[in-house]
Design a protein around this ligand. Sequence first.
Ligand code: AMP
Ligand code: MG
Length: 420
Amino acid sequence: MKRFAYDSPNDAIAALAAPLAPVDVQHDCRDLLGRVLACSIVADRDHPAADVSAMDGYALAMRRPANSGEIHCNEEIPVTGESIPGSPPPDFSDFGVIRIFTGGMVPAGCDRVIQREYTIESTGGDSMPLGTVRWRAEAKLTQPAANIRGRGENIEAGEEALPPGVVVRAPQVAAIASFGVESASVRRRVRIAIITTGDELGRIDSPTNETLPPWKIRNSNAHALRAIVTPRPYVNPPTMLHAPDEPEQLKQVVSDAVADHDIVLLTGGVSMGDHDYVPKVVSEIGAQTVFHKLPLRPGKPILGALYHVPDSATAKPIIGLPGNPVSATMGAVRFALPLIDKLAGITHWEPNPPSIMLDEIGTKTLHLHWMRAVRMTGPGTAELVVGKGSGDLVSLGASDGFIEMPPTAHHPGPWPFFAW
Ligand code: AMP
Ligand code: MG
């Protein structure tokens, strides 16, 4: 019999993700920053809306008499008009050139812009109030269409500027503003429940500096998991819950959480101890256990389940993370974030971590996938932060994230890097 249902974290994540559908659509959303688009954003006009100059310089038509098909240096050419951004272009006369500024509209008939650096400008007299120019030798190199951003070269009216399934961040905001979009359909925010378990924990709502007897601990996982999910702008503030190590109460908390949320994250109670009720409770509420235990350190006892909502195509992931702070935080980043992104409706939800190289590898190898805390030492390089085990949240605080090495690996990388 296979020891583990899945050989790798990626396979386990894929199995949980497979049946997940994006959360519902919310129409006519006006405040789009941080939201996941559920529709295309369509250009309402060509971009650029006209042929515009990409340079400060002079617009001209090579075939016109003033240029007679080629650039003649030393010839004084009158400037017959100016094209200034924000104003319609002047008419273009057969004799002369148009002074044009970056973003100014290229007058009809002009076929290129010669940049200002390639000219010698003179002030004209009363008969030529805009002055004259002569071309420098470099001007001869200016090709047809040079320095002109063609109308619609970025996109034409009616084309898709942004597809559904992208998160609206600064560049998308720019596109949305550019195409006059007032409101759009987005995915509603993902609802997350975070449940801590364990009789050793102080009350979740007690002040952080509460004094505890030595047989109690502060609930750091609640804060850490909230800190992991909250920076995602497309999630609601998570619902923070706690259950004691008592199966009936835990069952109530878990089944209520599943009813009202899209994903449920638990910490603690997932191993083989006498007080570890999470696996039993998860199956008792009718969820399907997809894996329990993975070849992973830290976090080997991790549990992944799916709750299939009756009479609906909706599936909700439940992730049972071990209580140890290092397992809980690394596990949440590794397993919960991609599933949240898929639920949020993000097309490219699959983790695509950057790679880093270790400065030194150490001597040890493991027959497990190994998540190891690291601190960045330079661009693309990091050193291991060696802690005292999966309870050592003090060492964890000195790390920038973690790498994941496959079983028996023993070389400096490159390794996928998951930043905090
Ligand atoms: P468990 O997975 O329930 O066996 O918990 C393992 C260890 O993790 C416990 O002995 C605690 O020291 C620690 N632990 C469990 N839950 C939390 C929590 N919410 N915050 C901080 N530490 C925790
Ligand atoms: Mg426990």
